[in-house]
Design a protein around this ligand. Structure first.
Ligand SMILES: Nc1ncnc2c1ncn2[C@@H]1O[C@H](COP(=O)(O)OP(=O)(O)O)[C@@H](O)[C@H]1O
Ligand SMILES: [Mg+2]
Length: 225
C-alpha cells in the first residue's frame, strides 16, 4: 500500500541539515507502523513528504500503486483527497462548523451526495463516542474529544493510507489508549496502511512494527520497544 525507496530530505540552513538519507519503508494493507525518534529528527517532515506536502531531494514514494513524486499538483490533490487520511498534531478542526460538518468535510470535497455524507459522518461520530454531539460546535470540546473528531474526519472516507502525527499527544494515558485502539481498529478493519508518529512507548507498542527515524533512515526497534 505504501512503498518508499531511497528517500532523501534535507532542510534549509547554513549549512543545510540532512534529516534522512536512503530511507526505505513498506507498509502493507491492514498494517500500522509506529515511527519514533528524537524531537527534531524529522518525523513530521517525513509524514509531510509522504503526503506530498513537502518536496523531497530524491527517492520514490508510491501509494496504492501511484508514484506520488511524479504527480502534478492537481493529480496529487485528488489522490490525497481520495486515498489519504490525516490526523495532524494541531487538530485543524474548523471552529465555525459543527462536529458533523467537520467530519463530513472529506466527503464534501469528494463531492459525495449531501445525505450520504451526513449519514457517514454521523456513523463515524458514533464510532468515536460522540454520536450525541453531532450538532455541537467545536468550542465546547475537550482536547480528547477534539482528537476523536480529528480521527473520525481522517477516516470517514475510508482512506487507503492514514498518516497520524502524535494523535495521542495531549491525552491522559487512559484516553490515549482508547483513541489509539479506535485508530488502529479502523486502519486494520478498512485494510488501510497506517503510519503513526508517536513519542509514547505505550502507543508505539500497539503498532505492528516500531521504526526509529535517524539520519540513516528507519531502523526496526520493535524488539526493544
Ligand atoms: N521548512 C523548513 N525549513 C527549515 N527547517 C525545517 C523546515 N522544516 C523542518 N525543519 C527542521 O527540520 C527538523 C525536523 O523537524 P520535524 O520534522 O518537525 O521533526 P520532528 O517531527 O521529528 O520533531 C527540525 O530541526 C526543524 O526545525
Ligand atoms: Mg513532529
Amino acid at each position: 500500500m505504501l512503498r518508499i525507496d531511497a528517500l532523501c530530505k534535507s532542510v534549509p540552513g547554513t549549512p543545510p541539515r540532512l534529516l534522512f538519507h536512503d530511507l526505505a519503508l513498506r507498509v502493507g494493507a491492514g498494517e500500522c507502523v509506529a515511527v519514533v525518534g528524537e524531537s527534531g529528527s524529522g518525523k513530521s517532515t517525513l509524514l509531510n513528504c509522504i503526503a506530498g506536502l513537502e518536496p523531497v531531494d530524491g527517492g520514490e514514494i508510491e501509494v496504492a500503486g501511484e508514484r506520488i513524486d511524479r504527480l502534478d499538483d492537481d493529480a496529487l490533490a485528488r489522490l490525497r483527497r481520495r486515498h489519504f487520511g490525516f490526523v495532524f498534531q494541531a487538530f485543524h478542526i474548523l471552529p465555525h462548523l459543527s462536529l458533523l460538518q467537520n467530519v463530513a468535510l472529506p466527503l464534501w470535497l469528494l463531492e459525495r451526495p449531501e445525505r450520504e455524507a451526513a449519514a457517514r459522518a454521523r456513523a463515524m461520530l458514533e464510532r468515536v463516542g460522540l454520536g450525541g454531539r453531532a450538532d455541537d460546535a467545536p468550542q465546547q470540546l475537550s482536547g480528547g474529544e477534539m482528537q476523536r473528531v480529528a480521527i473520525a474526519r481522517a477516516l470517514v472516507h475510508r482512506p487507503q493510507l492514514v498518516l497520524a502525527d502524535e494523535p495521542t499527544g495531549n491525552l491522559d494515558p487512559g484516553r490515549a489508549a482508547d483513541v489509539l485502539d479506535l485508530l488502529l481498529a479502523q486502519i486494520r478493519g478498512n485494510g488501510a496502511a497506517g503510519v503513526l508518529v508517536t513519542h509514547s512507548r505505550a502507543a508505539a507498542r500497539r503498532a505492528d512494527r516500531v521504526l526509529e527515524l535517524g539520519p540513516a533512515g528507519l531502523v526496526d526497534v520493535t524488539a526493544r520497544t
